[in-house]
Design a protein around this ligand. Structure first.
Ligand SMILES: Cc1cc2nc3c(=O)[nH]c(=O)nc-3n(C[C@H](O)[C@H](O)[C@H](O)COP(=O)(O)O)c2cc1C
Length: 202
């Protein structure tokens, strides 16, 4: 488990394009589906996208969102961002759109009555399970969030009130890099654990 946690990487540039066998895909989705969830609502669904036209259409949308972000940056940050790849939508060959359904489980969700976000937290836990299981399968995952939520919902036919919460690129990889891309390109470093752990008060 600790090895998988250490090896897990967000993958953008290392996809080979080789298809992931359906059995491996189902094992990874099975791991996601075993995640804990508030009130045992299991509010996630997984839309597997392999149609090349859909992948290319979404990649164009993401490229435009990337450009908007780049334009919003001050000069030196823009230069640092410039070489950073932010998706492998077409190269990976498979997209998994993870959705969150706030209506699943009806109106009285045990545990969500106080903290509504626990519903989304639950769907994100499914993603982390999927991400770690993919390491065991030597399959790379790249989380893409450069998109307009309504656009993605329409692209893959997600009805309200269900929300797309992630596009995951999934595919065989040449390697899992040891250092995250954002560190390698000088965007942001990891924080030491000692900075994150506090005792008794924040
Ligand atoms: C909620 C979320 C959204 C993310 N969105 C993107 C994205 O749009 N594009 C991208 O290249 N990486 C994205 N990432 C990946 C992060 O950049 C990456 O996890 C972080 O730099 C640490 O690298 P590592 O996952 O390889 O350890 C996202 C990660 C999370 C958790």
């Amino acid at each position: 488990m600790y090895q998988a946690i250490r090896r897990r990487r967000d993958v953008r540039a290392e996809f080979t394009g080789e298809p992931v066998p359906d059995e491996a895909l189902m094992r990874v989705l099975g791991a996601a589906h075993q995640a804990p969830s508030v009130g045992n609502t299991q509010p996630w669904d997984f839309v597997v996208v392999r149609n090349p036209t859909t992948l290319a259409t979404f990649a164009d949308h993401v490229a435009a969102a990337r450009l908007n972000f780049a334009r919003s940056l001050p000069g030196s940050r823009r230069d640092t961002f410039e070489p950073i790849k932010i998706d492998g939508i077409v190269e990976s060959g498979t997209g998994i759109v993870v959705t969150y359904d706030p209506s699943r489980g009806g109106p009285n969700i045990l545990g969500r009555h106080t903290v509504d976000d626990t519903g989304v937290f639950s769907a994100v836990l499914a993603i982390e399970n999927l991400w770690l299981a993919a390491v065991a399968e030597e399959v790379g995952i790249g989380w893409v969030s450069f998109y307009d939520e309504n656009y993605l919902a329409e692209l893959v036919g997600i009805p309200a009130p269900v929300r797309p919460i992630a596009w995951l690129c999934l595919g065989k990889v040449t390697e899992f890099r040891q250092v995250p891309d954002l560190e390698r390109f000088g965007w942001r470093q990891r924080r030491p654990l000692a900075d994150a752990v506090r005792y008794e008060t924040y």
